[in-house]
Ligand binder design. Structure first.
Ligand SMILES: CC(C)(COP(=O)(O)OP(=O)(O)OC[C@H]1O[C@@H](n2cnc3c(N)ncnc32)[C@H](O)[C@@H]1OP(=O)(O)O)[C@@H](O)C(=O)NCCC(=O)NCCS
Length: 234
């Protein structure tokens, strides 16, 4: 069973003054890119990798891409105790952001200028979703156990539980670097209050674990793989 992990949730002000972290660690910055408290992190100049990736046909809108990337690099640099210019981030062949040359892992989720940026000492994934009380349950992404759990719930509880499953699943699929290229029905999320574990068919049980941060209008899930899973081919 995966060891319980502590994820540090930070706002713009806290992230701007955070000290270098000692592994193992996982930190998530949730903020608005235009928050004045983010000025220090935002002041980093884009590098060649950022400018090249701005043209990558990624899932997210490109309009806030450069701001997102420089804040991610500056935040990663603070976590590593490094100069932001020494941190280089590029997409891998699956579109996952990867840090060049250092043992640091990052993940991104955004809705316009609202972002969740994760930095960790092992593979990490983050997802931010609005909490839509009347949102639909998308059956096609559910694993067998998830279906069984949801079937037992009332309509309102099912909708809430689905948002938790969805955000955790997307965070996990980012942590393994495949996104929805991996069949989401092979993955089952077990929600336990503000934490979750992941079972992925064909892999050792409970490979990954994670936690939620629930805010007024959004939910953020962060999934972290144990270091031994790093390098596993999914
Ligand atoms: C990755 C994915 C889950 C993103 O979901 P989303 O809700 O649309 O967008 P989010 O804002 O939460 O996440 C976007 C971030 O995911 C990251 N990402 C993209 N592909 C990734 C992958 N394979 N692994 C990990 N992270 C990935 C990127 O960093 C991107 O942010 P950026 O553009 O600022 O770099 C989804 O686009 C996906 O599964 N893509 C791969 C499969 C694919 O191409 N399918 C066709 C469209 S669904």
């Amino acid at each position: 069973m995966a060891k319980a992990l502590t994820i540090e949730w930070l706002d713009a002000a806290a992230a701007s003054r955070v000290e270098p972290a000692r592994p193992p660690f996982a930190r998530v910055l949730i903020c608005n890119l235009h928050d004045p408290a983010l000025a220090t992190l935002r002041s980093v100049a884009p590098n060649a990798g950022d400018l090249a990736d701005a043209h990558y046909p990624g899932a997210s809108g490109r309009s806030h891409f450069i701001e997102r990337r420089v804040v991610l690099r500056a935040f990663a640099a603070r976590c590593a105790g490094a100069d932001p210019d020494a941190i280089r981030i590029n997409y891998d062949e699956h579109g996952a952001p990867r840090v060049d040359g250092v043992d640091l892992f990052v993940s991104v989720s955004s809705r316009g200028g609202r972002v969740a940026l994760a930095v960790a000492s092992s593979p990490v994934g983050v997802d931010l979703e609005p909490v839509e009380v009347a949102g639909p349950v998308i059956e096609d992404v559910l694993g067998k156990r998830e279906r069984q759990v949801l079937e037992r719930l009332s309509t309102d509880a099912r909708t809430r539980a689905f948002v938790q499953i969805w955000t955790a699943k997307e965070a996990y699929l980012k942590a393994i670097g495949r996104g929805f290229k991996r069949d989401p029905t092979l993955v089952n999320i077990n929600v336990r209050e503000n934490m979750f574990t992941v079972e992925d068919t064909g892999f050792p049980a409970e490979l990954a674990a994670g936690a939620y941060m629930t805010l007024a209008e959004e939910i953020v899930a962060c999934a972290v793989l144990p270091p031994r899973v790093a390098g596993t081919t999914f």
